[in-house]
Ligand binder design. Structure first.
Ligand code: NAD
Length: 245
């Protein structure tokens, strides 16, 4: 790992879990590259301590990902960590889901995660760490609010992460994933605005409540920290005791 402050790129940094993660890592002293498809890649970038850089990309567009990661390499010389939070939700019911809808979710949640992981790993050295973001939907096959396409893509992120761990482990790069339960972010705002869904999902947890973006950010920060040095190819479930598998 390089000397000086460690460098991390966070995708999906403009909202929710990605924004909370970028903010926490900046406070912990990381040099943070905020990546999102919205022009304001991190809402609070200007208020964060230390060096925080924002860049715009669509993670599902290979040329975008290659361009932005080449820019990171040119500006920062490489990366010590990557967190892939960019993702989209989809609630179209099973029999109404068509190939176009399925493909759109797949492109962002799976291909987008893979492309960022591939380009990020190219510029990493031994000791670097990657954390992807899956979901309990990938473990349970959905059943909260997201439906077939969403659950399928999050299951794919679990396998993608393990494959990357096989590939990158021998190079000294750790790869893990976090599987959050239902977290109160803009992402989940639409289904959670339905009191029946909110009450049902809260009742599925052992704590009787939803999680916060900050709680997931803390778990991600640990997964990319030296404290997790022997954790590799793992899925950290952070769901208030919903799955307990
Ligand atoms: N909120 C939850 O309940 C929950 C639960 C489990 C897993 N997750 C996962 O956590 C991740 C973050 O979710 P969140 O709740 O913070 O959502 P969010 O909607 O608050 O934030 C997602 C961010 O990703 C960005 N993004 C989406 N598509 C993109 C693209 N093609 N290119 C670049 N950026 C893109 C959005 O602009 C947004 O800023 C997602 O992968 C989601 O599947 C969320």
């Amino acid at each position: 790992m390089s000397g000086g402050a460690k460098r991390v790129a966070v995708t999906g940094s403009a909202s929710g879990i990605g924004a909370a993660t970028a903010a926490l890592l900046a406070r912990q002293g990381w040099r943070v590259v905020c990546l999102d498809r919205t022009p304001r890649a991190s809402p609070q970038a200007s208020q964060l301590p230390g060096e925080v850089v924002s860049m715009t990309l669509d993670v599902a567009v290979e040329a975008d990902v290659c361009r932005v990661f080449a820019d990171i390499k040119a500006r920062m010389g490489g990366l010590d960590a990557l967190v892939t939070c960019a993702g989209i939700y989809e609630t179209t019911p099973f029999f109404e889901t068509n190939a176009e809808i399925f493909g759109r979710v797949l492109a962002v949640n799976v291909t987008g995660t893979f492309l960022c992981l591939r380009e990020g790993a190219r510029m990493m050295e031994r000791g670097a760490r990657i954390c992807t973001v899956a979901s309990v939907a990938g473990l349970r096959g959905g059943g909260l609010a997201g439906t077939v396409s969403y659950a399928s893509t999050k299951g794919a992120v679990l396998a993608l992460t393990k494959n990357a761990a096989r590939e990158l482990g021998p190079k000294g790069i750790a790869v893990n994933t976090i599987a959050p339960g239902m977290i109160d972010t803009p992402f989940a705002a639409v289904p959670l605005s339905n009191p029946a869904i909110r009450t049902r999902v809260e009742g599925m947890t052992s704590f009787g409540r939803l999680g916060t973006a900050e709680e997931i950010a803390e778990a991600i920060a640990w997964l990319i920290s030296p404290s997790a040095s022997y954790v590799h190819g793992a899925t950290l479930v952070a769901d208030g005791g919903m799955v307990m598998y």
